[in-house]
Design a protein around this ligand. Sequence first.
Ligand code: PEP
Ligand code: MG
Length: 751
Amino acid sequence: MDREQLLYDINELSHLFRESATVETLLNRAVEMVAARTQADVCSIYLYNPEDRMLTLRATKGLNPEAAGKVRLKLGQGLTGLALEQMKTICEKDASRNPNYFFVPGIFEERYEAFLALPIARGVSRMGVLVLRRGGGECFTPSDITALETVASQLANIIENAQFLLGMHQSHQDVAGAPSIELKFVKGRTAAEGFAYAPAKVIDKQKSLSQLLHHDYGAEYTLADFHDAVSRTAEQLEALQEQVEERLSDAASLIFAAHLMILKDREFVGKIVGRIEAGIAPPVAVAEAASEFMQGFLASDSVYMREKVNDIEDLAVRLVGNLVSKSEESYVSRDHVVITRTMFPSDLLKLSSEGASAVILVGGGVTSHISILARSLAMPMVISDAFELLSVPDGTPILVDAEMGNLFVDPNDEILQRFHSQQNVRLTLDEQKQRMRPETMTPDGTRVRLLANINLLTDLKPACELKCEGVGLYRTEFPFIVRTNFPSEAEQYVIYDKLAKAMRGKPVTFRTLDAGGDKILSYYHDIKEQNPAMGMRSIRFSLQNKVIFTEQVRAILRAGAEADLRVMFPMISSVDEFCEARDVVLDSIDTLARQGIPHNGNPRLGMMVELPSVVDLVEDFAKEADFFSIGTNDFIQFMLGVDRTNESVADFYLPHHPSVLRALNRVVRSALEHDCDVSVCGDMAHQQQYVPFLLGIGVRTLSVDAAYLLRTQQTILATSIRDAEELAHALLAHSRISDIEAVLSAQVLPA
Ligand code: PEP
Ligand code: MG
């Protein structure tokens, strides 16, 4: 048996699924593939429906094909049912001799003696069974079994998607008799939650530019048309810039200004005019001049240069759009699902200000700040590596379910209806406001504080309306990321002041610049690091660049003059680092006092717990720091050595890994023993299945994105501390991930 080829093929299956027409095709291909690679006479897949506890034969190679959809077994019935019931592989040399053997007439299975049934499961959820048979005295060997168990677990991923499509959990649906749902479905990964249903707009700039170059425009356009297009483009860009400034005052600076500058660049315009006068069609002249301009930057590795190329491409496409069409083309993405390859933060801000409905990012991972930004902009975003999406004709309706990471290309009415009803369940901000209680209390009377994570100032409105009790994490890096240079102290002050004022005396936690890693400052991070997540980033960066750090600290202290101010340092790895950062704050307070500038002279100083190196020093840190905020996103990444932005290792990124749970417990307990405030501000704080655990280990402050405030409150309202402590106790006792998953999945959480 060709194991390597088999595993490779199965991996390929997931690609097939992305482009697959129907689930049937997928399952049939899977059984054919496995049968061929394992030299088995029969390979069948049964899928399980937990509602009626029945298994249905869904695809077979080697048995009577008519049996698919008709053969049904109860859980525990026959060797196949037993394998799933007991969640264990069953291998028999001669199946008919086993007392549990169940004879199914008419499928001709009895011709083959050797039998192998492998449960297909995700954690503790039963999904189906993979069954193989061989005749002629050929048994399955232990190494066959090992390889096929891997296949079964890969199939589990694929079938999970299939089950979603089939709506198998809907009890009224008889799967065997259900009409096959013909649709184009792509399974992606959620970067920012939400739904959208809108026509597609593919923005593949490289393609657009080369199309412009090679199109035959005849003699249709003149120099005057070009000048007219320039002024219309300038007007549109100015309007967009104004609009973006109104909505996103902290992030907007210069988003469209770079385009305007290129548009007004005499050399650029001169090159185009020269070409037009030499007889080249104006759209081609624009594309040629843009390409020539870009040449200088293309070879560079620097993000800044690549961003420049991006700006020139953008502008050229917009300019030609205005040249060839007199219609209002400025909002190309309004009310569209934009499908694109690459994305800079500024692109996302542009799409948001143009009114795009959702974004699908094809190929490449997504940096964490892009997804955080998308969340703040309420822009549903899904990442996929199905490049075929770039060939979807513009205007094709796309349903983006960015809750599940699912994409439906031209979905049928049934799918649409299902999503409309789901969307109706989503509450508007007003409805959430009505339901939100001013105080969060467990049923047995323990008070829990719910704070907000703020990324952009636009997050303040929902956070305040939903009565957050303060800001537990303000990610100051966003104004840095979207600019073309370090924002000055004065610029930062203006932004921070808005935040402090909006919170009116409630605690406001400023996290100092967390740059580096995947939060690239394009104008600074010129040197490509082999391993940026562990490179010159975060507090390391700030301590190495004390002028920049001091400017930020001064802006924070000044803006927080009247506030309940907390300053927090990211990625602290040693007590020395914490003390050095604290000294910068204390020195800045001295200087501001000497200069007579109003400021906060007594902020509380704390740190993020994001690195495993903190765990064993936690008591020592607790003596120095006023508070801890646990950043579970990075904590899990570094604890487990799993890149949080790498889709291919996402299955290893486990918040409930026993080491993570025990380390969190250790940090929280020690903090409490030393009277050091502790909160959680990473994603675990809003993930419903983990909130009871966090309460159980003693966490009483959670900081979450505004979108999760209500849901988190509802989870807390339904969790007594007694139950939470029992749960935490049970979880901490286990050393196996599977046992922990079993305990977690037995929780009953509010809908
Ligand atoms: C974290 O790491 O959990 C965190 C809150 O910080 P960020 O997501 O900004 O890295
Ligand atoms: Mg972090």
